[in-house]
Unconditional design. Sequence first.
Length: 590
Amino acid sequence: MCGIVAYKGDKDASKVIRDGLKTLEYRGYDSWGIATTDDSVIDVIKNIGKVSETYDSNLKISNNGSNKGIGHTRWATHGGVTKENAHPHLSQNGKIAVVHNGIIENFQEQRTFLKKQNFSFLSDTDTETIPNTIEYHMGRGYDFVEAAKRSFEHMDGQYAVVALNHDGKIVAIRREAPLVLGIGLNNEIFIASDVTAFLEHTKNVIFLEENDMVIVDGSFEIFNLYENCVVERPISRIDWDNEAAKKGDFDHFFMKEILEQADVINRIANIEQSIITDTVFDIKAAKGVYIVACGTAAYACMSGLYLFSKLAKMHINFCVASEFEHFKHFLTEDSLIIAISQSGETADTLSAIRAAKSKGSKVISITNMVGSSIMRESDKSILQKAGPEICVLSTKSYTSQLAIIALIVYEMDGHFDEGIASLRELSRYIYYLTSKNSRDFIKSLSEKLKDVEHIYLLGRNLQYPTALEAALKIKEVSYIHAEAYAGGELKHGNIALISEGTPCIIFTSDQTEKAILSNAMEVKARGAFVIGLGPKDNEIFDFFIKVRDAGDLNPIVQIIPMQILAYQLALLRNCDPDKPRNLAKSVTVK
Ligand code: M6R
């Protein structure tokens, strides 16, 4: 959470940083700020709201044209959403500016200590202790870099920090929170929470290791605080197209990313079989397989449970990552954990991985972010190849996770080639599902639902996790309360919520038709407005969305009309489809 961008080069730093922050807004967008220096005086501009709503004219700060600076887009943890709490924060003497992502666990202690040294604080944040601690050490005769080192050594927690000194030096540290270094032409240096912030300037990246401290002064150097020496880190080349992280002609990333799903599924159909075979080997060798993730990725895992059971004839255990450590007692060196995360930085998923590692278990991750913490802490990784997903809501990353899980299971069942063929076929069908006609049809449903307070969704078998994911999509972007149940659970209490006109979305499939239709009848009998989604229409349905039966791949196709519905509902209810309230894409705090 929170996005960081720092720049040193020959361009106008405030603009480079502002543009970088725009692409990082998915990490947090309640306030933003930029600090630049002309090698003498630091200027800070901050505001509440989204940096993408800032015009160039608002960026004019006194040292215009400065080519060194740091910036931040915030998702509040310590302290409310106010201009004072927005980053960058200055040291008391105004000579050091700091941006920060994560949590400084011992900040209260540090604050109390600094107050005793006559430091005063302007914000409620943990961040403000950082520049003041650096100033404190500089006051004892250390230079900026040494003072920063000493400060970081005494800061507990998970964080990424970048500090700018008034003379133009920059230091940054990565400690359990993402931070990457971009190396541009002519000694240009970028430091950011992820590569999308500088992709249009450079694709040459250094993924920092834990406790790496970057020192930028002319050129750059990496000093590892644990190893206590200068270290060399390899430069990797990112193969993402820089247009992929831009909106292009679309109004929102949400719709752009929904439409990209046909290509993403096709890309996965071109995956090297050996990657999947290798994973299957580990699964077969393991004594106990656990699959963990959060949010949407967790629903992809749930679909996986059904597929493993049916096709691989194997039981795997599922747990939301945030609860996993309470089950770690079962783990042994022979256990295998499959962790799924689009961002590769989700704190809850990372702690599940660490819990597993602490028991000596093996970890395979499925992630979209090369070089991410989850990828680096796993024994092996499968890359989702979904391309940058900028909208806070997961869409293409979800369907790519489903496709990869399906391929693993097909391979276990000895039907990898058939799996690939089915994905190719599905990719063509997704073009149809996302076509303008299909979208307009869903729009007519969103107009009927735009003012409702509740939507209930029912599914059985693979359609149950799909219903859960559809409910999450509707909730997080339109703020309509949506709740999903396994069809059979309806009569165990939830049916009490159904009354005249309550919208109920029923996910059907050839396999589950009979049972789910009886649930549809039960809600219909209580006056529900019944929306069917699946291969066959039925007279019970007041509205029907036809989606062909894709069998074991139903979760991939059935979610797409629901993503479109969520998008349309957001538009009709004047909600921001890319940046829903209170959410951040990369949830790097527990
Ligand atoms: O990056 P991750 O896949 O680990 O993220 C997990 C969840 O935070 C994420 O799926 C979240 O639920 C999205 N808002 C869903 O749209």
